[in-house]
Write a protein that binds this ligand. Structure first.
Ligand code: NAD
Length: 423
């Protein structure tokens, strides 16, 4: 099965966006130099006992890109393709995402290079606990706060929290719950965090549809990736009357002209681990997926999925990037030529980090907000970021991605300007 365009350095791709934003904002070069590299790049190798009694050594990473706006913040990815380059790019994006949204966090990303699907729950728990232990005081509620990403979930975060609490200082244990976000509600998670990224994607789509005068009721979508972000986006779109007519994951692609029942498909993926074998859909190729005519395309899998050859096939009116970095620069150039608008990742999928921030605030204040309060605050933040980005894009005659990067860069640069460089 073809898995996408030729792999290229994601960190380099993100640097390219920053370069373009810097040209627009006429930034002093020393600030660009500071932001060009992560502050800390941590690599840990740690042994874990497998169920059969053998030992396996894993390689884990935590990249802390920048913390001028607040503690480092970003997901933890479990995937066999995790690499230093990929995580540096993703950590950099987190700095930009938080700055764009005005969230008082910096940027980070971490992960372990392995395939979590090949391990039992017991092994996953031991891997997560040893990784957290190896990170030690390099994470912390006021220093660096991990969250779920590809291959990790609320359970992973609860294991991380529990390990951190139990191996750290003996007092103020409950305050330490804020060391990770995206936890289960029982363990101190926020209402709405599980769906937050998809919810943010949908809020952006609604804003665009209103301006584009597209009636979402009765419209169609194709969704690549049916994990946390893809499935929740499909589910929330369904509530607005949008049918998901094609989807796909690491096992293949399915089409259903009538529209999938997003709830049932989500349940199926939870039970079976993928969409493979789901009976209510016809199997199609990856190429056929990208050719499927629809109103919306939501990439929600991995980076670098849409290159020039995918971009030329897409027959959609809007792309909202649920995933980080799903469209590469060649793909983006083709989409621009074809006039297909893209709501960029650092805006479209920022609902996740926004509700992570709310979770952190609730933990630190020993509060629990109800779902309506979380939604109201999220909608307000997303709308503001969306409007600012689109206004800036129109004013400077640049695409929304460059606008989003430039707006974030302006606030990062202002912080450096005000604080100066130590000593
Ligand atoms: P997940 O692990 O829950 O789901 C990932 C999905 O991608 C799965 O359906 C998987 O099968 C699919 N996939 C993997 N490899 C694929 C391939 N080669 N082709 C097609 N599909 C493939 O992860 P998630 O949390 O939903 O994250 C998805 C994307 O969204 C990532 O880019 C992530 O960084 C981004 N994101 C996630 C969050 C969050 O809150 N979880 C927040 C912001 C951005």
């Amino acid at each position: 099965m073809s898995i996408g365009p030729r792999a290229r350095g994601f960190f380099e791709v993100v640097q390219g966006y920053i370069e373009r934003a810097a040209e627009l904002t006429r930034l002093p070069s020393h600030i660009k130099d500071i932001l060009a590299q992560p502050k800390n790049e941590l690599i840990v190798n740690f042994p874990v006992r497998m169920d059969d009694g053998s030992l396996r050594v894993f390689k884990g990473y935590r990249i802390q890109h920048n913390n001028i706006m607040g503690p480092y913040k970003g997901g933890v990815r479990y995937h066999h393709q995790v690499s230093l380059d990929e995580l540096k790019g993703l950590a950099t994006q987190m700095t930009w995402k938080c700055a764009l949204l005005g969230i008082p966090f910096g940027g980070a990303k971490g992960g372990i290079k392995f395939n979590p699907r090949e391990h039992s729950v017991d092994e996953l728990r031991r891997i997560t606990r040893r990784f957290t232990h190896a990170l030690g005081n390099n994470i912390g509620p006021a220093h660096d706060i991990p969250a779920p990403d590809v291959g990790t979930n609320a359970q992973t975060m609860v294991w991380m929290m529990d390990t951190y609490i139990n191996t750290g200082s003996t007092y103020e244990k409950n305050d330490q719950r804020a060391v990770v976000t995206g936890k289960t509600i029982n363990a101190g998670g926020s209402e709405g965090r599980e769906q937050a990224t998809g919810q943010g994607v949908v809020y952006c789509i609604k804003e665009w549809a209103r301006e584009a005068r597209l009636d979402l009721e009765g419209s169609t979508a194709i969704v690549q990736g049916f994990g946390n972000v893809g499935s929740n986006t499909a589910l929330l779109l369904a509530k607005l009357g949008v049918s998901t007519i094609a989807t796909g994951d690491h096992t293949g692609y399915l089409r259903n002209e009538e529209g999938f029942n997003a709830h049932k498909l989500q349940e199926y993926v939870r039970t079976h681990g993928s969409i493979e074998g789901y009976p209510r859909g016809e199997q199609i190729t990856r190429e056929e997926f990208f050719e499927t005519k629809a109103d919306l395309f939501i990439p929600a899998a991995l980076e670098n999925q849409v290159g020039a050859s995918e971009a030329i096939k897409l027959d959609v009116r809007l792309i909202a990037e649920g995933a980080n970095g799903p469209i590469n620069p060649e793909g983006e150039a083709v989409l621009a030529d074809r006039g297909i608008p893209v709501i960029p990742d650092i805006l479209a999928n920022s609902g996740g980090v926004t509700v992570s921030y709310y979770e952190w605030v609730q933990n630190r204040n020993s509060e629990h907000w109800d779902a309506e309060e979380v939604q109201r605050k999220l909608l307000h933040m997303m709308r503001r970021a969306y409007q600012r980005t689109m206004f800036y894009a129109a004013e400077k005659k640049v695409n929304p991605r460059v606008a989003a990067y430039a707006l974030a860069l302006e606030s990062l640069a202002t912080s450096y300007d005000e604080r100066g460089i130590f000593p």
